[in-house]
Each structure stands twice: as C-alpha cells, then as structure tokens.
Design a protein around this ligand. Sequence first.
Ligand code: SF4
Ligand code: MG
Length: 338
Amino acid sequence: PGPFLSVRDLSVQFSTEDGVVHAVDDLSFDLEKGTTLGIVGESGSGKSVSNLSILGLHDPSYTTISGEIWLEDRELVGADRRTMEKLRGDKVAMIFQDPLTSLSPYHSIGRQISEVYRKHKGASKAEARARAIEMLERVGIPHAKTRVDDYPHQFSGGMRQRVMIAMSLVCDPDLLIADEPTTALDVTVQAQILDLLKDLQQDFGTSIILITHDLGVVAKTAHNVLVMYAGRAIEQGSVQQVLREPHHPYTWGLLGSMPKLTSNVDLPLLPVRGTPPSLLNPPSGCPFHPRCDYRELVGSDLCATERPELSPAEGHRDACYLTLAQKREIFNGKIKER
Ligand code: SF4
Ligand code: MG
C-alpha cells in the first residue's frame, strides 16, 4: 500500500473580481500514518488553501481544482459532497487558530462534542455524553464531569483549544488538520497544546497536518516539513534535514521565526525582507526572486525567467538554482552565524 495520504500535482485557483488567484500550484506531498507533516509559510502562501481542498471546503462555483488527493484508497478531488461530509469529523477533522469560530456560543461544549459523536457513530445520548466527558478528561480539562455543561465563553483560550481538540478527536479520525492551532496562545500554553497533540497522536495513531508560519512549532512537533511560497512547495524533507541545514534562501529567511521553542537551533530573529508575492500575478521564474539576495550567484537571468523544479526526486528537496555546495557554504558560513 502507498502512503496514508498522497497529494499529487494539486493546483487550486479562485476566480475573484480582480482576476484568477493561483492559491496552490502543482503541489505534491505524502503523509505517512501516525506522523506529522508541518506545512510552513507566510500568510497567503497557499498553505491553508491546500488543506481546505483536502476537506472539500472550497466553493466549487468559483474554485478550480486539478490534481489528485488520495486518502488511502479514496480519491477526494472528484468526490461528491455527501462523501466529503461523511469524511469530515469522522475520518478527517480540523482545528483552527480560534476555536470560537468553530464552537457555537449557544450550546454547552458537552452537547457540541456529543452531537459530532452521535452523528457519525450513531451513539445514544448517554453514550455520547460519557464519551464527551472521557475526551475532555483526555485533553486535560479539570473537573470534566461538571465542566461538560459549560459554554465556550466560560473557558480560557488555552482550555477552549483543548475543548476543540477533544471535539475533533471524538470520532478517532485518521487525519487531523491543525491550522495555526497555537498562534493565538501565549508561549507556555502553546507548548502545552503542542505536547498534548503529540501525546494524543501516540495514543490514537492520528496523522497530523500542522499548518503554521512558525518553524519553532514545526521543530517541536513535526516529523516532516514542507515549506510553501507563492502556492508552491519550495523545500521539503525530514525536520532534521530541513532545520539542520536548510537549502532554500526563503527557508533561511523563515528561520527568523524559530528561537522561541527550540533549543537545538540557535538563530536570531530575522524577518524575510520584502513583501510576499501576489497570488493574482505570481512572479515569473523562481517566485522568490524579487526578494532573493543570491540570484547573482546563479548567473544569467535564470532566476527571473525559468521556474526551478524541486530536486532531487526524493529525500531533502528544494527548488533553487544554487548548487548544493553553494547552499551549504552560504548557510554554514553566513546564515548560521547571524
Ligand atoms: Fe534565489 Fe534564484 Fe534560488 Fe530563487 S532560484 S531562491 S532567486 S537563487
Ligand atoms: Mg492560514
């Protein structure tokens, strides 16, 4: 059998009043069962959109999707609405930055968690309530037996994210998509939530796609990483490979968001200079070329005219024309020391 989740040549375009937005361009990745893939990029890099299409949450009237998304033996790009609705919550679940956007303020958390469970598992009310309490205990909500009847606003931000995680895992999904799940939380709570996700992954065997702009979160949580820029994958590999010795100049820039949670990589804060690209009118050639300090090293105007492909075919891959020797020399000699 192939990987648990396999995305092949995925492209997503939106029609807007201003033109066609190329949100995802020719994206391919695999996710192995029980592992975490970190998808990293600035906002507008296409990292969220690619995952919404996995869930079928796009509006087909103004979205064009091509390519394939295989979840085990199911192909999701062409799947009908009913199939996707059955998958969501049961096989695939999602958590967002702000749980208040997904939790209803009008119902107790117990009722909301129970309803998901009843809908997908056909459980009785009593069974579903017991399951809700069990899940709240599992995610570390104190006094779960009484708090099950509380409403979302009665919880702190961190506790609310725990409730959201309990709700997303209540049906024991195979795949959890977590979109900036800790961005709104302070550093201590953030670390607790990431630890919780890791523990739950071990217990439930869940595969996780973790979407973030923060390489520190990836370092702490993920097995593999995919760096996106302008809707494209520009670097991918194991967390060890990519964070120890990143190859792409954009990833060097992103290292600026790291030091908070990592102790093994020690780099000062360093914002990526320049502005993120427009997805309405993506740059020609290498999408990073307007912001790149190294294009003179490549010579000719290759960077501005020809799109670099990801290479090599497997392992630690990146899309940049610098030679491997140049990438190593620059990173080890200059970037690492900054
Ligand atoms: Fe910079 Fe050229 Fe590499 Fe793009 S291909 S990252 S412009 S050196
Ligand atoms: Mg996003």
